[in-house]
Design a protein around this ligand. Sequence first.
Ligand code: PMP
Length: 376
Amino acid sequence: MIYFDNAASTKPSKEVLDAYLKCALNDYENPNSLHKNGIRNLTNINRIRQNILKLLDFSFEYEVIFTSGATESNNLAILGYARKNMNRGKRIITTNVEHESVLDVFKHLEKEGFIVTYLNPSSEGKIDIEEFKKAFTKDTILVSMMTCNNEAGFKLNVEEISKIVHENPKCVFHSDCAQTLGKYPINYNLFDLVTISGHKINGLKGIGALIKKKKINLEPLVYGGGQENGLRSGTLDYPSICAFNVAIENVMKNFKVNYSKVTEMHDYLVEELSEIDEVILHTFKEYTPYIINFSLKTKKGSVIVEALSNHDIFVSSVSACNSKREPFSYVLSSLGRPIDEAKNSIRISLGKDNTIEECKLFIDTLKEIFNQVRGR
Ligand code: PMP
């Protein structure tokens, strides 16, 4: 099998599973119980929070709220901030290339009376600063912009936007970094709220975090026992938190080695793909090497994905979360690519365990399939 769908999910590492099992078997007591073992578990969870902040170079101003993953973190950041701070203003800004767990929240907030501006990035994946400044009024309370895009891998100009956002003390900046953590070097202190997820970094599904500035107040989405400073009630999943900690430690420890290995595979694939007549490559000046996206000139994207799958090669035609709907990349379309390219795109998403041999086999198989499959 060649697994090139690591942006959808990754294989958990053995260390991650060992950490989960050890904790689940030995430290199963509720971290909110007042007995010795409960207190020990909560103390360890608090240590893990500090460790994560340190590993990601956050300043002392931040804190970690554990969630079930990036979807929940995005919901909590955006809904939670907008609802809590609506008395300060009703304008919020995002981009048209966000993950659905951001876009759908903004759509929902429109129904609650918020005025949303959706910005289209340029063909290079950058937000036009003048356009942004026009949309950014004194009533803007929240801007949400991902750092690396999950479908095409381009990096947005979050540094420039962060500067402007912070000229208005009323406004905060959220970034969905689900595809950035461990895959692109970024200064997380650019943001006030940061979304991360375990299963994108060889961790487990069902665990993630919203990292936020302590002084920011949010409206909870889930009420109950008051865990996570009242922001996310429910018994803390200590084993998953241990596993998440190990996944973050590993991804940060091996960042440089993995990045250069993946860059080598990325560059090889881009070079080979650019020589295939059927392929329209979507490349960008700033990107994460973990994601490559291309469209097909004459063939159907879904047919090629299926043919590759029959050879045990797994790629995506659109992001996995979006794949139940008719294949159409709203991301490529928002970048100004033609409809046919948006309908027939393929995403390769690499992981640390892929090899150059797999890349070679992928290219050979793809060429073979192109020769066999008729045009659309
Ligand atoms: N945001 C981005 C950019 C993603 O790629 C994904 C996963 N496809 C999510 C959010 C959702 O993540 P999770 O599965 O952890 O909820």
